[in-house]
Design a protein around this ligand. Structure first.
Ligand SMILES: [Zn+2]
Length: 165
């Protein structure tokens, strides 16, 4: 069976940045399983996987616009230290927390700590990065009706191996 919309695909992969540093991997023993065609993976990855057969191994280079996007200055905020309800002793560069903005909740990372304010960054850590993938398609199967209803894969390897009660 080929990878197509409404199939559940299991892949092993290695993700590197442009300097060849390994950023993430999933091996055949613990593959990633996802429902294809529902935007569960970054756009460039789904596009590269479309119409592949189980057993294929290939490399793909994905530009930021088909991955985690360009760096967005609007997602960088300065927050006065006195606006923090928590003890600032717990906050250091690299700390992450959910920032409540006017109409959204954004996971941000503390980028800098100044005397009176803290600079936080809500961009994805891979924003602006070109991604280098080596991907092996391990298995392709029809999605179940329940998976289609939920919009994600179930079972081993899926991020949504949840209890449906
Ligand atoms: Zn589900």
């Amino acid at each position: 069976m080929k990878v197509a919309k409404n199939t559940v695909v299991s892949i092993a992969y290695t993700l590197k940045d442009e300097d060849g540093n390994v950023l993430d991997t999933a091996d055949a023993a613990e593959p990633l399983a996802y429902l294809h065609g529902f935007g569960n993976l970054i756009a460039g990855m789904e596009k590269a996987l479309d119409d592949r057969d189980a057993g294929e191994t290939f490399e793909v280079v994905i530009p930021p616009e088909e991955a985690y996007g360009a760096f967005d200055d609007d997602l960088v905020w300065e927050i006065d230290k006195d606006q923090f309800s928590e003890d600032l002793g717990d906050i250091e560069v690299g700390s992450q927390f959910v920032l409540e903005t006017e109409d959204d909740q954004v996971l941000v990372t503390v980028a800098e700590i100044k005397e009176d304010f803290v600079i936080v960054d809500g961009n994805h850590e891979l924003a602006d990065e070109t991604l280098y993938f080596n991907i092996t398609v391990l298995d392709v199967r029809e999605a179940t009706a329940e998976e289609l209803e939920h919009g994600h894969a179930h079972g081993p390897g899926s991020a949504h191996d949840h209890d449906h009660g």
